[in-house]
Design a protein around this ligand. Structure first.
Ligand SMILES: Cc1ncc(COP(=O)(O)O)c(C=O)c1O
Length: 432
């Protein structure tokens, strides 16, 4: 009998994987709390929350029950011309966590489309008013997803070279990760805004995820947003990764004084159980589509828009997220990360140790410099996997982005493995 991995190798094409050279995928048959369990019963600590989606642990019985209940009541209905309780309720409940100006909720089913929708809303907002603006601004190191608009908004990650000729032009500013970059970002942003051609600025608030877990302050983001608003340019907060507690608040935007006009969220929305996403916007945006003219409508919708089961999962996950136990876990993880970061600071082989909320990023010094394709990546990945820990390095950057149920003991296992790893890296590449 062929194994699951052997069967997989014959038929499956995996994401972000060079199929010729990659190792066989791990056959995971069960999830339990912070653990992923393979077919031989080996348990891996999921320290990256399965691509940043999982909030409360795998196989959570409360969410599973609510999903089951919804499946037996209404599994799906077209969302054009129809509505249903879970969609309206999740929209109402989420609104309480969003910046005050967010007035309308538009559903889709993954992070890339949530972003795509945000960009389209912003562009059509001006179009519907007869104003021609065609330029989007984004950070150099941004990552916003894999649909064409989201790829265009993303920085040059090498991933998207094949499509470069087809991507619309996006003007860039550096991520404001230090004082010099902040000044440069402000100056470049203002120069772009002065052209009068810009319709929106899109950003990952506080943490640029796939770009290397690059972190920056709410203060500088406030300045960038305020500058955009001075030029009547819309701001789109891509909270696909940062949403639902990752940065310590429900949304990273909750830490801002300024308010984004549009927000995109997905990943943690359902606690990591089902694909669902949301794009929200202010009343001002919605009003530009509100018309007797049918052509001013927003012509966008997916088959599974506002899937009731996904919405029920989102409601169940929000019940847990709002609970005292989960909020205490978020604070506990933040405190533990801070203590561990302090311990690592100044280590000879590290270029950067940085924390925002429950995300801890550690960047290794290497001769190659910072890059997703850094040779250290695979060594790090397998080093941790050998120790039953799933960390998925972004090149020479490792990060912990745990489900909030991860216990102190499990965190200690991850921290301990990272300390061992420092010795391995020095042996492999030396302290640069
Ligand atoms: C900030 C951000 N935006 C958008 C996306 C795309 O989300 P999805 O993979 O669900 O399409 C990602 C995925 O990692 C992301 O990190």
């Amino acid at each position: 009998m062929p194994t699951l991995s052997e069967r997989d190798n014959q038929i499956i094409w995996h994401p972000y994987t060079q199929m010729k050279t990659a190792a066989s995928p791990l056959p995971i048959v069960k999830g339990e709390g912070a653990y992923l369990i393979d077919e031989d019963g080996r348990r891996y600590i999921d320290a990256v929350a399965s691509w940043w989606v999982n909030l409360h642990g795998h196989g959570h019985p409360y969410i599973a029950d609510k999903i089951h209940e919804q499946l037996m009541t209404l599994e799906h209905v077209i969302f054009a011309g129809f509505t249903h309780p879970p969609a309206v309720t999740i929209a109402e409940r989420l609104q309480k966590h969003l910046p005050d100006n967010q007035a309308r909720v538009f559903f889709s089913d993954n992070g890339s489309t949530a972003v795509e929708i945000g960009i389209k809303m912003a562009r059509q907002y001006f179009f519907n008013q007869g104003i021609r603006r065609s330029k989007l601004i984004a950070f150099d190191e941004a990552f916003h997803g894999e649909t064409f608009g989201a790829m265009a908004a993303s920085g040059d990650h090498n991933f998207f070279r094949a499509f470069q000729d087809d991507l619309f032009e996006v003007w860039r500013i550096p991520a404001p990760v230090d004082e010099a970059k902040s000044q440069e970002a402000l100056a470049k942003l203002e120069a772009h805004l002065k052209t009068g051609e810009v319709y929106a600025f899109i950003f990952e608030p506080l943490v640029l995820g796939a770009g290397g877990m690059l972190m920056y302050t709410p203060e500088i983001l406030d300045q960038l947003i305020a500058l955009c608003h001075r030029y009547d340019v819309l701001c789109i907060a891509d909270e696909v990764m940062t949403g639902f507690g990752r940065t310590g608040t429900t949304f990273a935007s909750n830490q801002l004084k300024e308010q984004p006009d549009i927000m995109a969220m997905s990943k943690g929305l359902t606690g990591g159980t089902l694909p669902l996403s949301i794009t929200t916007c202010s009343a001002k945006i919605f009003d530009a589509f509100w018309s007797d003219d049918k052509m001013k409508a927003f012509f966008h919708g997916h088959s599974y828009t506002a899937n009731p089961v996904g919405c029920a999962a989102a409601l169940a996950s929000l019940d847990l997220l709002e609970g005292d136990a989960c909020q205490a876990d978020i604070r506990r993880i933040m405190d533990r990360h801070a203590a561990f970061a302090e311990k690592l600071k100044g280590h000879a082989t590290l270029k950067r140790v940085q924390q925002t909320g429950t995300i801890l990023a550690i960047e290794f010094k290497t001769a190659e410099g910072t890059s997703y394709f850094n040779q250290l990546r695979d060594k790090l990945y397998f080093f941790f996997l050998d120790r039953d820990i799933l960390l998925r390095p972004l090149g020479n950057v490792i990060y912990i982005l745990p489900p909030y149920c991860m216990t102190d003991e499990q965190l200690d296992l991850v921290y301990g493995a990272i300390e061992d790893c420092l010795t391995m890296v020095i042996a492999e590449v030396g302290a640069v």
